[in-house]
Design a protein around this ligand. Structure first.
Ligand code: GLN
Length: 538
């Protein structure tokens, strides 16, 4: 069977949940035993979101092969089994970069290099490359970032138009729009959807299915009106009503409206098996009826941006699912923990604290103080990346008698650089720091808490950081009671630090949150939530 292509565009405004809708559709298609590959095309000119401020862009999701990508890939991971790699996210920056590099090498043999056909050809090449990640891809689902009508996304939409013209029976367009409710008038409005579809048609794309994001279920006459004005069949108007309890309901709502069978029909695909979303139904029921609630403090620098810690927050909820508990998350600004009182007064009352990844000095002192608070009071503490570095620094200062210990990221002149760049550890000067990105194997010390939690001694986790534990301090810190229970053998790098004798105080240099799914909660998050439940019972 030849590969089919499904394009998801967005209209009216952003933040409608296009990534979640795409991920949910990907899941439903996989449940028909189809091999799905997901691609996100982002219209911005940054080559990748790695250098973008989390306040603007939200989390950077890292793949096994070390690509720094859009956070929608995290949704794809949580809902589907699509292969995720460098080929799963393309940006206009990468596309232009590739074309301009070729032009500089003289590959265009004197031609005038233009948006059409050179940029559009490169976009089409990226769509085909996504399909080639694995053998036998049935469907490539391409999500286009941004909103139809943006100048930035014009070339991408033009490439999709050409792609469809070249493969008339292999492509399908889904357009996600917004149906606002005008409360004062008590009416829902379809006009913005009509205009957005007109915008898409002006580019030469006629959508086959329209997904309507709305607050309340839409009346049939309203759906009929959308069908008439937008030229989609009546069963092609699908509603995406704001979810009640959890985003994991979305695939169930879509399935109930038959979006998957409609897609199969339109693409002339025979369903290979009957779908069952049994495990997703169970998860949603469990989330709606938890055994109890624990409260977790999230101490970070970007807590005001709701997407900055997307995967961490989702993984915590997966830990809740594993234990049948709801986790309420209280967010604390790391650089304000000492304002107007002591840290104890400001953050107390949670059943555990998580310090996620981060960069730079802001909030560092607060993170170290929070680590101390948890260590001294036997409160569960989970440090991820920078949170692990805070755990190690605090332990060095207050337990291993190195009061001036620090990370050279914060204090390049510290006499005790317990965390520093590899180049500094090896005495190479001015080399700068290159980021350690992507999956690395890690060997766990048998009998350690980490080995018990993973129930394995060999793991693979993804990284995104420059600074590392300084092996010069290994013996001294271990003597003081810090168990360095995970090592990346190929480079002798410390990946996990756990405080011996503490109920649950673990720091990991990598990002476990990137590999957690609601259907397969990451063991560290499941165990951390269990520790919070036990702490609460005490
Ligand atoms: N800033 C730290 C480093 O570069 C931690 C990075 C992170 O938490 N992702 O090592």
């Amino acid at each position: 069977m030849s590969t089919k292509y499904l394009f998801v565009t967005g209209g009216v405004c952003s933040s409608l949940g296009k990534g979640l809708a795409s991920a949910s559709i990907g899941l439903l298609l996989e449940k028909h035993n189809l091999k799905v590959s997901m691609l996100k095309i982002d219209p911005y000119l940054n080559v990748d979101p790695g250098t973008m401020n989390p306040f603007q862009h939200g989390e950077v999701y890292v793949t096994d092969d070390g690509a720094e990508t859009d956070l929608d890939l995290g949704h794809y991971f949580r809902y589907t089994n699509s292969p995720l790699s460098r080929a799963s996210n393309a940006t206009s920056g990468q596309i232009y970069n590739a074309v301009i590099s070729r032009e500089r090498k003289g590959d265009y043999l004197g031609q005038t290099v233009q948006v059409i056909p050179h940029i559009t050809d490169e976009i089409k090449r990226r769509i085909l490359a996504c399909a080639k990640q694995v053998e036998g891809t049935d469907i490539v689902l391409v999500e286009v970032g941004g909103t139809v009508g943006d100048i930035e996304s014009l070339a991408i939409l033009e490439a999709i138009r050409q792609f469809r013209q070249e493969r008339p029976n292999a492509c399908l367009n889904i357009h996600l729009t917004y149906i606002p409710l005008i409360r004062a008038a008590g009416e829902v409005k379809t006009k913005p959807t009509q205009h957005s579809v007109q915008g898409l048609r002006a580019i030469g794309i006629i959508p086959d299915i329209i997904i309507c994001r709305c607050e309340q279920s839409l009346a049939q006459d309203l759906k009929d009106k959308i069908s008439l004005f937008c030229s989609v069949p009546k069963n092609g108007v699908i509603e995406a009503v704001d979810v009640q309890q959890t985003i994991y309901e979305l695939p169930l709502h879509f399935q109930a409206q038959g979006i998957d069978t409609l897609i199969l029909e339109k693409l002339d695909l025979k369903p290979k098996q009957k779908t069952s979303l049994h495990e997703w139904e169970t998860i949603c029921k469990q989330i709606a009826q938890p055994k109890g609630t624990v409260t977790m403090g999230l101490i970070g620098k970007y807590v005001k941006h709701q997407d900055a810690y997307k995967s961490v927050i989702e993984a915590i909820h997966h830990g809740g699912i594993a234990n049948g508990y709801k986790v309420e998350i209280r967010q604390f600004e790391a650089d304000r923990l000492m304002e107007g009182g002591s840290i104890e007064e400001n953050i107390q009352g949670c059943d555990g604290y998580l310090i996620p990844g981060g960069f730079g000095e802001r909030g560092w002192m607060g993170k170290i103080a929070a680590a101390k608070y948890c260590r001294v009071n036997n409160i569960p503490y989970f440090g991820i990346c920078l949170g692990m570095q805070a755990l190690v620094t605090e332990y060095a200062r207050n337990v291993a008698s190195l009061p001036e210990a620090n990370s050279t990221e914060v204090d390049p002149g510290t006499p005790d650089p317990v965390i520093c760049l590899i180049s500094e550890q090896e005495g190479i000067e001015n080399l700068g720091g290159t980021m350690r990105l992507g999956a690395y194997p890690c060997r766990l010390t048998s009998g350690s808490k980490a080995a018990k939690i993973y129930d394995s001694e060999e793991i693979s986790e993804r990284h995104r950081h420059r600074y590392e534990f300084n092996n010069r301090y290994k013996a001294q810190l271990e003597e003081a009671g810090l168990l360095l229970s995970g090592i990346c053998a190929e480079r002798s790098l410390v990946e996990i630090a756990e405080v011996a004798g503490h109920p649950w105080m673990i720091g990991v240099q990598y990002h476990p949150e990137f590999q957690s799914k609601p259907t397969a909660p990451h063991p560290l998050f499941a165990s951390f939530v269990k520790a919070m439940v036990e702490y609460q019972k005490k």
